[in-house]
Every structure is written in structure tokens, then in C-alpha cells.
Write a protein that binds this ligand. Structure first.
Ligand code: SAM
Length: 268
């Protein structure tokens, strides 16, 4: 499933993938809005499964149906396949590939699920149309994404407000959409889906986990170069914010709630 097209930049990166916070996700915690729609025997695509922790729960729900995760980042493909092996879940496979250009025939899947991926894709409607193509008639699209400006940080955090504005600008420059959830339902409709339902939820995240992730991400030399060259921040400002995040996580009153929004629809 390789191709000659230029892959989009994944701003969060693959450094230390096992510790990026994604491995705390499960189908119960992040996709319980989809679970009632899953039935044994369904054929499911997970577009951009990352380390596959949500995918494994989906695989259990549709067994003996088969679940395929198509993931662009090779480090995650390896992690996800190892996790499936370790958990003894045999009806799931993780393949390296670009979920915008799938090697599957039209009308292959009963469900296409994709969580926290549209915000990293330059043209999300192109992705939704591709997923529409590979769904059977009556099949379910199930997408979840975030809106960074709707996250909550009581009482306050360098992760919110203008603290990480330079990160969001780099993310947008790389073709991403930090506030993806705000347009997600309309894009699902524009891609041709009907019977759309939407919802959302907050997930509390350990500040220590955030402090173990964000400073590394923003100190990454390629990231600093891009932010500085583009005039989004100085290297000094980035270092100050990195240190502020580490100090914030030591505060017993630090909280971090991530805002997630989902949209479910059907291919007519
Ligand atoms: C924030 S992670 C979410 C992973 C997983 N869905 C979860 O919620 O735990 C986004 C994932 O999308 C993958 N990704 C980004 N663009 C992709 C593409 N065009 N095709 C396949 N995967 C892609 C990234 O490599 C990354 O693993």
C-alpha cells in the first residue's frame, strides 16, 4: 500500500510514539458512541489508528468480522501489530498506507472509523469522500476530532490561550486543523453522508502526561526551526513555554480536559 504521492506532515510527530498519550485510549473511553452500532461479522476500516488501542476494542466488538487499520506512520504500525499479538486479538491487521488513497474496491466496508485524524489531513473532505467510496451502501462513517480552542484548563495553563499559539500555527502551516471539530459535521454531510448524528465529550488527562509530551514536541529542532523561520515564535519563547508546561504539571491544581466531538452518518 505504498504510493508515490507526497505524504502530509503529521505535526505531532512519531518521536517516542509509545508515550504520546494515545496508548491510554480505548474503544470504551473514546468510541463508546460507536460501539452500539457494531455487530459481529462487520468489516471495519480504522483510518489512522495510531498505536491501535481503540481499534483493538472495535475488533473485539465485531469478531469474527475483520478490522483493518491503515496507518501512515510505520512506528505506529509496528506498535499496533505487537499490541494485537500480545492481546491475542486475531481479527485485526495494521498496514502502512495513506488513508486518503486506499487500495480497496468500492463498497468494501460496513464501517469506516477514524479518530483524531481529520485534524492532520490537509483536505479532510477528500478523506471523507475516499471513505464514502469504500463503504457499502448503508454503511456507517464514524469520525471523531478535537477543537483545541474548546479544551479546558482550570484554572489556567500554558497549554491554553496564547501559550501554544505558535504550535497551532505550525500545525495549520502543515495543512492541519487544530479546530477541526467545528466543521466536522458539515464536511460529513458535504461528503455525501446522511442520517448524521453528532455528540461530544471531555476526557481528563494527567498533567504529568502532558508535561512528558509537549515540551519534547516543541523542543524538537525541526519544529523550532519551522516556528522561528515562519515568525511564529522565537526560540526563547518556545523554551519558556516548555519550562512553563513542566512547572504547571507540578501544580496540584493543574487540570487538563480534552474536548472531543464525533459525527456518525450513513452512506445512502
Ligand atoms: C492523533 S493520532 C490518532 C491515532 C488514533 N486514531 C487514536 O485516536 O488513538 C493521528 C494518527 O493519524 C495518522 N495519520 C495522519 N495522516 C494519515 C493518513 N493520511 N493516512 C493514514 N494515517 C494518517 C498519524 O500517523 C497518527 O497515527
Amino acid at each position: 500500500m505504498t504510493n508515490e504521492r507526497k505524504a502530509p506532515v503529521y505535526t505531532h510527530g512519531y518521536k517516542n510514539p509509545a508515550f504520546a498519550g494515545l496508548n491510554e485510549r480505548s474503544a470504551q473511553s473514546h468510541a463508546n458512541w460507536l460501539l452500539p452500532h457494531l455487530k459481529p461479522g462487520m468489516r471495519v476500516l480504522d483510518a489512522g489508528p495510531g498505536p491501535g488501542t481503540i481499534t483493538l476494542g472495535i475488533a473485539e466488538a465485531v469478531a469474527p468480522g475483520k478490522v483493518t487499520g491503515v496507518e501512515i506512520g510505520q512506528p505506529y504500525v509496528e506498535l499496533a501489530n505487537s499490541a494485537a499479538l500480545e492481546a491475542g486479538i486475531a481479527n485485526v491487521e495494521f498496514l502502512q498506507g495513506d488513508a486518503l488513497h486506499l487500495d480497496y474496491d468500492d463498497s468494501t466496508f460496513d464501517v469506516v472509523f477514524s479518530f483524531a485524524v481529520l485534524e492532520h489531513i490537509p483536505n479532510p473532505i477528500q478523506a471523507l469522500k475516499e471513505w464514502h467510496r469504500v463503504l457499502k451502501s448503508g454503511g456507517i462513517i464514524a469520525v471523531g476530532s478535537s477543537a483545541v480552542s474548546w479544551h479546558a484548563y482550570p484554572p489556567q495553563s500554558p497549554l491554553g490561550g496564547e501559550g501554544l499559539d505558535f504550535y497551532m500555527k505550525v500545525w495549520e502551516q502543515n495543512g492541519g486543523h487544530p479546530d477541526m471539530a467545528k466543521t466536522q459535521p458539515q464536511l460529513v454531510r458535504q461528503a455525501g453522508f446522511s442520517d448524521i448524528e453528532i455528540g461530544g465529550f471531555y476526557v481528563s488527562s494527567d498533567p504529568a502526561q502532558q508535561a512528558a509530551t509537549w515540551p519534547d514536541r516543541i523542543r524538537e529542532p525541526d519544529f523550532v526551526r519551522q516556528a522561528v523561520d515562519s515568525g511564529f515564535a522565537t526560540a526563547e519563547k518556545i523554551e519558556t513555554i516548555a519550562q512553563d508546561i513542566e512547572a504547571w504539571a507540578d501544580n496540584p491544581d493543574a487540570w487538563y480536559l480534552l474536548a472531543w466531538f464525533w459525527a456518525l452518518g450513513r452512506k445512502p
